[in-house]
Design a protein around this ligand. Sequence first.
Ligand SMILES: [Mn+2]
Length: 319
Amino acid sequence: MLNLKEVLQEAKSVAILGHIRPDGDCIGSCLSLYNYIETYFPNIEAKVYLQDFMPEFLMLKNADKIEHDYSEDKVYDVCFSLDSADKARHGEYVKYFDTAKKTIGIDHHISNQGFAEEHLIISDASATAEIMSELIGKENLTKDIAECLYLGIAHDTGVFQYSNASPKTFRVVADLLETGIEASRIIDETFYQKSYVQNQILGRTLMESIMLMDDKVIVGAVKLKDMEFYGVTPKALDGIVSQLRYTRGVEVAIFLYELEPQRYKISMRSNGKVDVSKVAGYFGGGGHVKAAGCEMSGNFYDVVNNLTLHIEAQLQENE
Ligand SMILES: [Mn+2]
């Protein structure tokens, strides 16, 4: 297994890269490594590069030091690629990867082919942060490092709910909790909290949702003019489909938003009876059994009818 200490002992400068549109696991993993270096290898000049950033992650130590400028042509001794299944995921920061003297990839995506010189890819780890927890080692955890790792694992497991959260994940999380982190504050402020406007759109979408197929399918939609009215981007619509799924008796939740007139982005969630990745697959999309998405053209009713035909076929098959 990769030995973090050995790698860092020989390094004077380290670049840490995540992926474009970074999520909690990406940011948590990158900052855990940064904070580890700052604590145990203070002489190393380290930098985390991420293109954009969500303000709720500022609660993590040194989140304010994340670099968003890539104009400098610096050559690093070591470049870490975290939570990124392929090189293109690094976006414009890839130049630091390409020029570094040594590259190391750490990831949990099954599609990662190992594009770095040295890599640690564990596809049954729930999150890159779970792998980082093991690499850093229980004995080296500080509260600041543990907060980053906990946030990463919590986000990639949907707060420990998805099937990727294994008994091992919980053992790692137990070690993180031992450091005294404020676990519920981290989850509340970075995962569940929404802006007032987001809650308004969520409420309105739930209120205007429709039930189909003997109440086995629920459909919610947001139109372009609604997004304009509330002044939000599609990012603000995250989580609406999950809330739709929490409707008793529902097998599949469908959430649509308008990309342009007569063009929809569709997210689906299933409780297990219907494989929504198959449904999305018919329309050029994909995903997992319980979570999938695609894009479709047509008016709202055509789009919903086309989707429910495939859902109905699967429900009948399984009965
Ligand atoms: Mn991840």
